[in-house]
Design a protein around this ligand. Structure first.
Ligand SMILES: Nc1ncnc2c1ncn2[C@@H]1O[C@H](COP(=O)(O)OP(=O)(O)OP(=O)(O)O)[C@@H](O)[C@H]1O
Ligand SMILES: [Mg+2]
Length: 228
């Protein structure tokens, strides 16, 4: 059994505590296919005999609804946005992620702190401050980074749910039409993810391929990790 490492100093009560589970993150821009693949990975893992817990960005009991409400008003400042994200993550870490890891579950996270680092950084929050704020986050065992260029992403999102205010980064580009704003904003987010992919050894996965092929690639990476 191993102990978890953290991005910064480990919270005191978790220092040296053994964790039998594995933390697997699926990251990527809006609409790239994360939820589709998390559902498929979960089914495959459960059929293979693993206990799985899923956790998703802004789905905490503590502030999940508050974040939805705040976003619906379009008046969220970058600082409040960042702090709400940190509260959401802290709540899920304490109540979902850590207990599941200690009990030996595979935790599948649909987005992780890297989404917050990317989104908050492009909104002008200072990189070092952000890194310190989220330093209580465990380092995942595997980060699967689904990657699709911004124009292809726009086509995919238009074909499914349509582009919303925050996905288009309209708070950053209010003067642009929604399509141009989406491409400009998502391109900036992609730059952030690409840099983190290099620095933090994410496993990049080409999300242009058909769903089945992308899923095969994800399963191979997960199977490799679970064999270790
Ligand atoms: N490889 C793929 N090729 C074509 N379409 C895809 C692919 N992967 C996902 N899709 C489709 O793209 C749409 C968005 O997928 P999904 O909801 O899984 O993305 P997401 O990353 O979870 O989005 P969100 O950011 O909104 O949570 C869905 O209609 C899905 O069927
Ligand atoms: Mg989703």
């Amino acid at each position: 059994m191993k102990t978890i490492s953290f991005h910064g100093a480990a919270p005191e009560y978790l220092t040296g505590i053994p964790m039998a589970g594995r933390l697997i993150v699926v990251e990527g821009t809006d609409g790239v296919g994360r939820s589709t693949h998390v559902v498929n990975l979960r089914q495959w893992l459960e059929v293979s005999g693993h206990a799985v817990v899923e956790t998703g960005w802004t789905r905490s009991k503590l502030v999940g609804r508050t974040i939805d409400k705040a976003k619906s008003g379009h008046m969220l400042s970058p600082l409040t946005y960042t702090l709400l994200y940190a509260c959401d993550f802290a709540d899920r870490l304490e109540k979902e992620i850590i207990p599941a890891l200690r009990a030996g579950y595979v935790v599948l996270a649909d987005r992780y702190i890297y989404t917050a680092l990317a989104r908050c950084s492009v909104r002008g929050m200072e990189t070092e401050w952000l890194a310190r704020l989220f330093s209580f986050a465990p380092v995942p065992d595997l980060v699967l980074y689904l990657r699709l260029d911004a124009p292809a992403l726009a086509r995919r999102v238009l074909l499914s749910s349509g582009i919303d205010y925050w996905e288009a980064g309209k708070d950053m580009f209010p003067q642009m039409d929604i399509y141009d704003s989406f491409v400009a904003y998502q391109s900036r987010i992609l730059e952030q993810f690409d840099a983190m992919c290099q620095e933090r050894s994410f496993q990049p996965v080409d999300a242009r391929k058909p769903i089945e092929l992308v899923q095969d690639e994800l399963r191979s990476a997960v199977a490799r990790l679970l064999r270790e």
